[in-house]
Design a protein around this ligand. Structure first.
Ligand code: TYD
Length: 244
């Protein structure tokens, strides 16, 4: 793909990517090389990270589509860019947990790190960086008019289907999916999965407990070690096949 020129209209800029308008109803999601942790307190350039994230996200969306799960993915545009359909994103972060880790252990010390959660736990968080994406009571999104009554079950069902697809994909490659976050949008036929699926948004560990996710950077602050893990993830996953 030709380098992005200034002619593309920036629609949105977040911590890890920019979204540019790219024709009617379509956009380019362009991943940054930046890595941040602890709410932006640590920040580093990790050259190549954007391309690994774009390729892995594309591969993960192709996997979900092979399971009949709708996503906003159109094709992998090469380098750090993914072509997507523009969609009406719901301001929720949906987290699925197969094992206890991170903020769940902090809020509920009755649980120990890596206790198995059977069935998996699905959490809804309100997407607002200033508030630190607070965990919601399950009925909050209905009360706030973000979700209709029947959509509460539909979103949980979707999250668990995504969990089945991702867990079995990574299990086949020797890694355990501890937890992950997805974002969801609506179109006229229901929900679809949007945003990214990368080592920044899922925790993956090998049988020795080694991480292949952002935890590597959180613990070591080393961009080299993080990039090594992300290269391994992409090698294990394989490249996306739908190119544009
Ligand atoms: P969680 O344990 O809630 O938070 P933290 O990573 O700060 O300990 O994270 C659960 C999963 O969700 C983990 O795989 C990382 C992912 N996640 C995001 O992608 N974005 C976020 O803003 C948060 C809070 C989590």
């Amino acid at each position: 793909m030709a380098p992005l020129s200034g002619a593309l209209r920036l629609l949105y800029e977040g911590k890890s990517k920019r979204i540019y308008a790219a024709g009617p109803g379509e956009a380019l999601m362009v991943f940054k090389d930046e890595v941040t942790a602890f709410n932006g307190r640590y920040r580093d350039e990790a050259p190549g990270k954007g391309a690994y994230s774009a390729a892995l996200t594309s591969r993960m969306f192709e996997l979900l589509e092979s399971y009949g799960i709708k996503t906003h993915y159109i094709c992998y545009a090469g380098g750090n860019a993914v072509k997507i359909r523009l969609a009406d994103v719901i301001p929720l972060e949906v987290i699925v947990r197969n094992y206890v880790y991170g903020s769940m252990k902090k809020r509920l010390p009755l649980l120990k790190e890596m206790d198995k959660l059977e069935p998996p736990v699905v959490e809804l968080h309100y997407k607002d960086d200033r508030l630190g994406d607070p965990l919601l009571h399950p009925r909050d999104p209905v009360a706030a008019g973000i979700l209709a009554e029947d959509e509460l079950n539909a979103i949980e069902d979707l999250a668990l289907r995504v969990n089945n697809a991702l867990s079995s994909f990574w299990r086949d490659r020797g890694l355990t999916l501890v937890d992950f976050k997805i974002e969801v949008a609506r179109d006229n036929s229901g929900f679809m999965v949007v945003d990214e699926i990368t080592g920044d948004t899922m925790r993956l560990i090998d049988p020795e407990g080694r991480h292949y996710d952002k935890e590597v950077y959180r613990r070591t602050r080393s961009t080299e070690l993080l990039l090594q893990s992300y290269v391994r993830l992409l090698e294990a996953a394989g490249n996306p096949s739908r190119r544009c």
